[in-house]
Design a protein around this ligand. Sequence first.
Ligand code: KG4
Ligand code: ZN
Length: 352
Amino acid sequence: MIILGIDTSCDETSVGITSDLRVLSNVVSSQVRFHQKFGGVVPFLAQRLHKERIDQVVELALRRTNLTWKRIDAIAVTQGPGLAPALEVGIQKAKELALAYKKPLYAVNHMAGHLTSCFLQVGSRSVSPPLYPILALLVSGGHTELVINSKPGHYQIIGQTLDDALGEAYDKVAKMLGLGYPGGKLIAKLAEEGNPKAFSLPIPLQHRKDLNFSYSGLKNAVRLLVYDLKNGHHDIILRQSEIQDVAAVFQDVALDSALLKVKRALEEYPEVKFLLLAGGVAANTVLRKKIRKVCKEKNVSLKVPSNLKLCTDNAAMIAGAAFLGIQARQQPEKPQIIDRKPGWTIEEASLS
Ligand code: KG4
Ligand code: ZN
């Protein structure tokens, strides 16, 4: 089945085309450099840029597959979660295309898209199919959650962040250190040269028995650490080695706290033999290494997206999620009435 997916949930305008779970094209037009000077994504600027780019991105995604509209079986679009003004552009375009080319239109949850990214096949490399029940750690700029995917289209959130998302914490710490946006990749790079034990910071929610996460306390602890290193003078610039150490300490504690919850979840759900790691932060090599070790200890297989582009926002994952949904009897939407769902959780998106 050939599906054209659209994602405009945040600051990437993306259109991807899949044949079942194989990626035929995956165009991502990033707006990052426009938002950089504001230190984060500005929703109405994102909307304007999505509007300017969406037609070109649709056209390019199609052109890269050499397919005509006739060959497209369905259209899929991110309905939420995401920034309302940004989501609106993708939904509007998906409606227009579904009506113009008489294609069924499927609504996809963005986090279900991230989860599905682990099953997408790129090129001739084969990817083993999902083996349920699955535990997924979804870590992005807006979300940090542990999800049990018991069967296709069925999701239960068993743990989530009580405040900041993991990617958001990376971005905020990067800002404190005077680095650019988005900060995840920059912090990860600096951390490679730093000493993760240079300072001691507490692991968030270490002693709580539940599976929730919290990063705002850690973020504030890093703020205080930076303040101390600057002796209380904001205008002092930290030495490169100090920045590297702060980045390494933050990353170590943040990732260890996530790992702790993954371990606990695997203990609470021993029937799970398959762990997925997805979302923008899944691109982090230290996280992958640490999680691989936990999976080995617990005798669980780990699955990550087969390339880094599939970790961050992209629309091939939206088309892929629609394919799995359709296989699980998901019904198409009425294009006339489909609307944005900015706060839509993956659990709410479960098929009935
Ligand atoms: O999934 P994503 O592209 O967008 C959302 O749906 O939020 O995730 C973006 C997040 C940003 O916070 C970014 O800083 C983080 O993923 N990120 C990373 C890395 N690459 C991207 N965080 C840690 N290490 C990385 N290598
Ligand atoms: Zn995302």
